[in-house]
Design a protein around this ligand. Sequence first.
Ligand SMILES: [Zn+2]
Ligand SMILES: [Zn+2]
Length: 163
Amino acid sequence: MTDDQNRSSWDHYWMILAYAASARASCERKRVGAVIVKDGRIISTGYNGQVAGQPHCPGQHVCNKDGRGCQNTIHAEVNALFQSSIQEMRGASIYITMTPCDKCLDYIANCGIKTIYYNEEYRIPTSKEKLDSLGMTMTEVKIDGLETLLHHLYKSKDQNNDS
Ligand SMILES: [Zn+2]
Ligand SMILES: [Zn+2]
């Protein structure tokens, strides 16, 4: 195997960085990370977390009450969108560890991002018709050894439990 074959593709590279961002998430049900990329550079990152100053998920009755998912966090992709400008985001791509929910898909579309990469699928599937009507594409990026990576990423967070 040559050096080049050992190198991570760009898609893998950005997705691994999205997982690195997810280690900062403060929801006990699910950690999600997002990275927005344009012209080969990161313009923003985000992870799911509470509104600034509000309590974290552990112990919050709104996190996965009755199995309805977390009502206590701002989603990772939205936090990433907040950290950038509309001018920068036009024509960018977003790498999200999990496919977006319906609302986040709307927000991503309105920021002019047409290309989504993901690894895991959200419990509610993204509508193919909606993606098509918005002129957007969504492509799966698989990461070899993801469980090992997450074990290391999340373990170091748990050991360093600051907010
Ligand atoms: Zn939560
Ligand atoms: Zn969402």
